[in-house]
Design a protein around this ligand. Sequence first.
Ligand SMILES: Cc1cc2nc3c(=O)[nH]c(=O)nc-3n(C[C@H](O)[C@H](O)[C@H](O)COP(=O)(O)OP(=O)(O)OC[C@H]3O[C@@H](n4cnc5c(N)ncnc54)[C@H](O)[C@@H]3O)c2cc1C
Ligand code: SF4
Ligand code: SF4
Length: 396
Amino acid sequence: MLTVDTKKCTGCKICEKICPFGAIAVVDKLAQVQANCTLCGACVSRCPAEALTIERRRVSEKELVLFSGVFIWAECEEKAGKLIPKKVARELLSQGRRLSEKLGQELSVVILGDERLNGLDALIASGADRVIRCRHRLLSRFSSNAFTSVVSALISKEKPSVFLFGATPHGRELAPRVAARLELGLTADCTGLDIDDKGNLIQTRPAFGGNIMASIISPYTRPQMATVRPNVFSPGEPDSSRKGRIEDFEVALSPAAIRTKLVSVEQLAYEGSVGIEDADIIVAAGKGCQKKENLTLIQELADALGGVTAGSRALVELDWIPHTKQVGQSGLTVGPQLYIAVGVSGAIQHLVGMSSAKTVIAINKDPDAPIFKVSDLGIVGDAMEIVPMLIKKLKK
Ligand SMILES: Cc1cc2nc3c(=O)[nH]c(=O)nc-3n(C[C@H](O)[C@H](O)[C@H](O)COP(=O)(O)OP(=O)(O)OC[C@H]3O[C@@H](n4cnc5c(N)ncnc54)[C@H](O)[C@@H]3O)c2cc1C
Ligand code: SF4
Ligand code: SF4
């Protein structure tokens, strides 16, 4: 419930301007909350007199049953003038489907954008029972303020039991804001999801520098919120005969609620057309490559295979490669068909970023290097002798 401290309220009307739902009005110099308040929280942090508070109680066991359904956020990317769901949406759908079936509840996809939204049928084919479309001109590009307000309002209305986001840069920005606004728990960067016998979401993620896997539950707040690393789960096979429905959520957004302004967009310069997250073939370099100049061999090998280069954090720290190429816990998660690790030891923090690669080939001079434990094929020897031989063979 949103309460106004009448002793503190100065009647400044900031809350009235901010509220996207017209749910607070200043009458006789005092803010008054209307029945249509969604508890989205947008006004609370903007009140200069700290006169507004939202009290949220722990969800009691009786109330838990009121929250139902698994929701995922389908992040979109712009392609040929259209807003299309990213691959991570299909990965979340495959997990969401499994969880919703275990819970016996519906799977809904929330998608935000403007009139250019496209590819909604593909979301149904990938497992959604329902697509909730949120369209507004202020949602044409990702805006943390606007998206937080809309997702928070939607959660307040729909009361889902589980809400999953991709742990992409935007997902990592949006999910914590929604969780903070609605005072919910949130587990970031999950690599495993399941349901326990009480219907709680078990959220598994690496902890303590990746040395243990922690299983986390949020028994007192609903929805249970998690971000999920891209490329950890494979997207299921779409089934175009699946039936689902598309519903519109009425978006109320005031420009005053958006405090950030997009000044310009700069495309990252990838070698080839894709970043490492979307690459099918990756040649990853580690400190065993010995010197920066040797990375030209890694590039040559990647070129010969039609792939891209990546590397371990050790190389980022040496400033040999940019952070956008770092694979691992504090870098990116990749899911290529082929991953060739050259002079990479295979520290756990590296492995969590590439363990969903289909085929792993490792080249390392130490036969006991941990990378061999996750490799399909291992070559023991000096990488700087083996890589030129491979390039020569491939070029033939
Ligand atoms: C909180 C945290 C987060 C982290 N996040 C990440 C992350 O996201 N990604 C990441 O990669 N790391 C991460 N790390 C660091 C990680 O623990 C390792 O230190 C790092 O992965 C080691 O990189 P490396 O394998 O390139 O180097 P090293 O561990 O130094 O291994 C070099 C390997 O090369 C082999 N070698 C040496 N010479 C040759 C040669 N001539 N030919 C063939 N093989 C040779 C060696 O046998 C060795 O196995 C993180 C650490 C922490 C604490
Ligand atoms: S922003 Fe705060 S002080 Fe201003 S009218 Fe609203 S409740 Fe009152
Ligand atoms: S901004 Fe949100 S919390 Fe504040 S009055 Fe409007 S709907 Fe209620």
